[in-house]
Design a protein around this ligand. Structure first.
Ligand code: ADP
Length: 297
């Protein structure tokens, strides 16, 4: 468990922190904002982004269940949903009416579920059916706010559910969070999905983000009666990508009707069916990710 850090930027003894000194091109307000972000990030040990080349491959489901599995393991965990155009985290926790409260010192307080601290852009939208047009600078400001103004406290892990693809939000994220631990890439077994995940790989290379591993989701079909997994697609694209680039294959999650149901019912699958074979696979994926994240500690 993470120990409570008492230091703040004012008292921190780090000589290498980029928030130590004001940049020549920033005013006092910008410097204060950057410091506030650095101070917040300093208390979060591992920041892991969950990415996918395209939508619908189960990226949010993987992010939600990894975060929940970590929290169930007794770790201090936050889950941040930065999918500004289609936040699905509130639905997956049954929090579509969730309202964010503000602390005495004007910080946003995440909503908790089973010890997990959850923050989503969805909590700030007045009407969830509204189509909001997010322009680049507004997106960047919103993403910065998640790190500047949210009271995350001290965390072992912050799992970040990103939008599909490699758009503005990801760029803002890598510019705001200098010390991302790495990325988990989610794909389905088909070749078309793999073509898109390669773009995520290129993004990570360019942004200097370590790929922690690949999750092949919807990998075969788990029979709801006997649990046997049938291979319904020919190509193990996640495995191929992992082999091609030398990334760890963290695991393969089958299509399991219970995973879909739990997402719709607002209770994370690993929380609801922790003893099932698919939940054990998600647990194993989480443990492998933890081992990779903590290797350099
Ligand atoms: P993405 O974030 O990539 O758009 P989601 O996580 O929202 O994808 O998943 C899309 C849909 O597929 C959701 O309804 C989700 O419950 C379902 N789903 C995801 N993974 C699985 C799985 N392994 N088995 C069954 N349904 C799944």
């Amino acid at each position: 468990m993470a120990e409570e850090k008492k230091s703040s930027c004012a008292t921190c003894s780090s000589t290498t922190c980029s928030a130590k000194n004001k940049h020549a091109n920033e005013n006092d307000e910008q410097f204060a904002a950057r410091r506030q972000i650095a101070e917040n990030l300093c208390k979060i040990k591992h920041k892991v982004i969950v990415m996918s080349g395209k939508g619908g491959v189960g990226k949010s489901s993987v992010a939600v269940n990894i975060a929940m599995a970590l929290a169930m393991d007794g770790k201090n965990v936050g889950l941040l949903d930065i999918d500004l155009h289609g936040p699905s985290v509130p639905t997956m926790f049954g929090l579509t009416d969730g309202k964010i409260s503000v602390s005495e010192n004007n910080r946003f307080i995440p909503i908790t579920f089973g010890g997990l601290k959850i923050m989503s852009v969805g909590f700030f939208l007045p009407d969830r059916d509204d189509a909001i047009i997010w322009r680049g600078p507004l997106k960047h400001a919103m993403i910065q706010q998640f790190f500047k103004d949210v009271d995350w406290g001290t965390l072992d892990y912050l799992i970040i559910d990103s939008p599909p693809g490699t758009g503005d939000e990801l760029l803002s994220l890598v510019n705001t969070v200098e010390d991302l631990t790495g990325a988990v890439l989610v794909t389905t077994p088909q070749e078309v999905a793999a073509a898109d995940v390669r773009k995520s790989v290129t993004f990570c290379e360019k942004a200097n983000v370590k790929v922690l591993g690949i999750v092949e989701n919807m990998s075969g079909y788990a029979c709801p009666h006997c649990g046997e997994v049938s291979q319904i697609f020919k190509i193990g694209a996640g495995q191929k990508i992992a082999e091609k680039y030398g990334f760890p294959l963290l695991g393969k999650i089958p299509i399991d009707p219970a995973i879909g149901e739990s997402g719709d019912n607002g209770v994370p699958f690993v929380y609801m069916q922790s003893k099932s074979a698919s939940a054990k696979e998600i647990e194993s994926i989480t443990n492998k990710m933890v081992a990779i994240c903590e290797k350099k500690d």
